[in-house]
Design a protein. Structure first.
Length: 256
């Protein structure tokens, strides 16, 4: 593993959990703890039955909280969906900006973006399904706020793709918006076939998506996989598979 690989791996090491306050024999359940618990239950329920079929009463039952308790935190089902989406997209955007700090090679930037996206949603598959399927279920200011975050995330990714195409002298023949949406389509459809607990590790999935995108858009040979992995800062890993054949799926619609 060279210096670039080591630096990239360090970017994806998780920070240690924050310890509870000294002197407290047992951490009390805070407002934020209960809010997060309700949101987790709501995310799982909406992912399972869809936003239209989910209800405040259903979330209360899934979270083992009284209906009155649910309304103490949320005045409507849409506010739940808003917070699920805004938190997810804000986390993606902030994480991407942190990972890209000090990285100038656009190919390495792409590898970091793809890996960050895959690893975030590998740990939050239900949120990925909700964000992919319920993009247009929000209305009014909630929609505008979430759309603005999604747009900033799109813009950051689009700039990476622009730099890659420019550096390879690709000036025509490729619609850059389509290329960007193609990448998001591949990333946002993972929940349909990928099981992080039984399939290949997220970093391995990210490497292949990055390599295939580069091969298709700027004709980086797939045979040069090891070289491409070094440029993206992702080290080789042994493959872990579950022995099942994966069904090919169409590209999901994603961010506007």
């Amino acid at each position: 593993m060279d210096a670039t690989d080591i630096k990239s791996e360090q970017l994806f090491q998780r920070s240690p959990e924050v310890a509870t306050v000294a002197g407290s024999p047992a951490a009390k359940i805070t407002y934020d703890d209960r809010l997060n618990h309700i949101l987790e239950a709501a995310t799982l329920l909406i992912a399972q039955v869809g936003y239209q079929n989910a209800s405040m009463r259903g979330v209360a039952k899934a979270a083992n909280v009284s209906l009155a308790g649910i309304y103490h935190y949320f005045d409507s089902k849409e506010k739940m969906l808003f917070l699920i989406q805004s938190r997810s997209f804000s986390s993606l955007l902030t994480n991407l900006q942190e990972k890209l700090h000090g990285v100038v090679d656009p190919v390495q930037q792409l590898g970091l973006m793809v890996r960050a996206h895959v690893e975030y949603f590998a740990a939050n598959m239900a949120a990925l399904k909700v964000c992919s399927h319920e993009l247009d279920s929000l209305t009014g200011q909630d929609y505008e706020h979430t759309h603005a975050i999604r747009r900033r995330y799109y813009d950051e990714t689009r700039k990476i793709i622009d730099r890659i195409l420019d550096s390879h002298g690709v000036n025509g023949g490729i619609d850059r918006h389509v290329a960007t949406m193609y990448l998001f389509g591949a990333l946002n459809w993972l929940y349909r076939w990928y099981d992080p607990k039984r399939g290949r590790p997220p970093s391995s999935i990210a490497k292949q998506i990055t390599a295939q995108f580069l091969h298709g858009v700027v004709n980086v040979p797939l045979a040069s996989r090891r070289s491409a992995n070094h440029r993206t800062g992702l080290a080789e890993e042994p493959a872990v598979t579950d022995g099942r054949r994966r069904k090919k799926t169409p590209v999901d619609r994603t961010q506007e």
